[in-house]
Design a protein around this ligand. Structure first.
Ligand code: PEP
Ligand code: MN
Length: 304
C-alpha cells in the first residue's frame, strides 16, 4: 500500500533516501561504511567517545573559569557555554553576548579545550568564527534554513541539534542544507523531543540515535541535560547513550547549580561530572569503545 501510494505522481517521497533534488542524500551512509569523523583540533567526533561539558550560559569570568578547570580535570574534551541564548521568555536571561563569547574562548584557551557555542542568526557568524571551534545550531533553529544555508558556506564544524518535534528524516534533511553548501563537518545532537510525559523536560529518544547512525555517516552525540531537565537523570541517560552507540555527550555543568541563571536543575556539579566520567569507561569498554584522547588547543582557541 505504502509503495503504491509512494509511486503515484505527486505522492510524498521519503527523502533523503529517494533524493529530493540536486545534492540530496549527502548525509547518507553507504552500507557497511563507517561514520565519517569530524575533527576539531586533535579531537575526532566519530573516533573515540567525545565529551562536551560546560554551563548552559556563560555568566561570569569566575563561573566559566571554575567550570573549565573542573571539566578539564575530569577529562572533558570540549568546553560549551552559551553567549546568545534562545530563551522561551523574552524576560529570561538572554546570555552575555559578545563578552560571554570572549570569556568562553579565553577559558577554553587557558585549559586547552576547544569551545562550542550556539549561533542564533547569520549576522552572528563572523563573530563566532573568531571565537569558537564548533558552531551549535539549537533545537529551535533546526529548520532555520537561512541560518543553515549560511553555515553551509562556512568551513567550520557545526553541531546540529534535533528540533523539539522533528522526525529523524527532518533532522537529516536539515543536515543536508549544511552538506549541500559544502560544509561536510556536521555533528548531529539528539536532545530529546516533546512527548506527553511531564516527569521529564523532554523525552530522550535513543532510537533516533541508533537510527541516525544507521542511516547517515554523521557522528551523533547526545545531550541528556536538555533531554531530561533533571540532574539526577543525567548520569543514567549518559550511560545509556554510550551503550547505544552515540559518539559522545554534551552535558551542562555548573560550579553552583542552585545559583545558575539558566537551566540550574539539569546542571551537574563538578563532583557529579567526575562521577559520570568514571562510570562511562566500563560502559564504553563493554561496547568496544573508549573515551577520546585529551584535547589539544585549536587555531580558533589560540587566536582568541
Ligand atoms: C543549549 O544547548 O544551550 C540549548 C539551548 O539546547 P536546545 O537547543 O537543545 O534547547
Ligand atoms: Mn541549557
Amino acid at each position: 500500500m505504502t509503495s503504491q501510494l509512494a509511486d503515484q505522481p505527486g505522492a510524498p517521497r521519503s527523502a533523503p533516501e529517494r533524493g529530493e533534488g540536486p545534492g540530496a542524500g549527502r548525509a547518507l551512509r553507504a552500507e557497511g561504511s563507517p561514520t565519517r569523523a569530524v575533527r576539531v583540533g586533535g579531537i575526532e567526533f566519530g573516533g573515540g567517545f567525545v565529551v562536551i561539558a560546560g554551563p548552559c550560559a556563560v555568566e561570569s569570568a569566575e563561573q566559566i573559569e571554575l567550570t573549565a578547570s573542573a571539566v578539564r580535570a575530569a577529562g572533558a574534551h570540549l568546553l560549551r557555554g552559551g553567549a546568545f541564548k534562545p530563551r522561551t521568555s523574552p524576560y529570561a536571561f538572554q546570555g552575555m553576548g559578545e563578552p560571554g563569547l570572549r570569556l568562553l574562548c579565553e577559558a577554553g584557551r587557558r585549559h586547552g579545550l576547544p569551545v562550542i557555542a550556539e549561533v542564533m542568526e547569520p549576522a552572528q557568524i563572523p563573530l563566532m568564527l573568531e571565537r569558537v571551534d564548533v558552531l551549535q545550531v539549537g533545537a529551535r533553529n533546526m529548520q532555520n534554513f537561512s541560518l543553515l544555508r549560511a553555515l553551509g558556506r562556512m568551513r567550520r564544524p557545526v553541531l546540529l541539534k534535533r528540533g523539539l518535534c522533528a522526525t529523524v528524516e527532518e533532522w537529516l534533511l536539515a543536515a543536508e542544507y549544511l552538506l549541500d553548501g559544502g560544509n561536510e563537518q556536521v555533528i548531529l545532537c539528539e536532545r530529546g523531543i516533546r512527548t506527553f510525559a511531564p516527569e521529564v523536560r523532554n523525552t530522550l529518544d535513543l532510537s533516533a540515535v541508533a537510527s541516525a547512525k544507521l542511516r547517515s555517516h554523521l557522528p551523533v552525540v547526545v545531550d541528556p541535560s536538555h533531554a531530561t531537565g533533571h540532574r539526577d537523570l543525567v548520569i543514567p541517560m549518559s550511560l545509556a547513550a554510550a551503550a547505544c552507540g552515540a559518539d559522545g555527550l554534551m552535558l551542562e555543568v555548573h560550579p553552583r547549580p542552585s545559583q545558575a541563571l539558566c537551566d540550574g536543575a539539569q546542571a551537574l556539579t563538578p563532583v557529579a561530572f567526575e562521577e559520570l566520567m568514571r562510570k562511562l569507561r566500563p560502559v564504553l569498554a563493554a561496547v568496544g569503545r573508549e573515551l577520546g584522547a585529551a584535547a589539544l588547543p585549536t587555531a580558533a582557541a589560540q587566536s582568541g
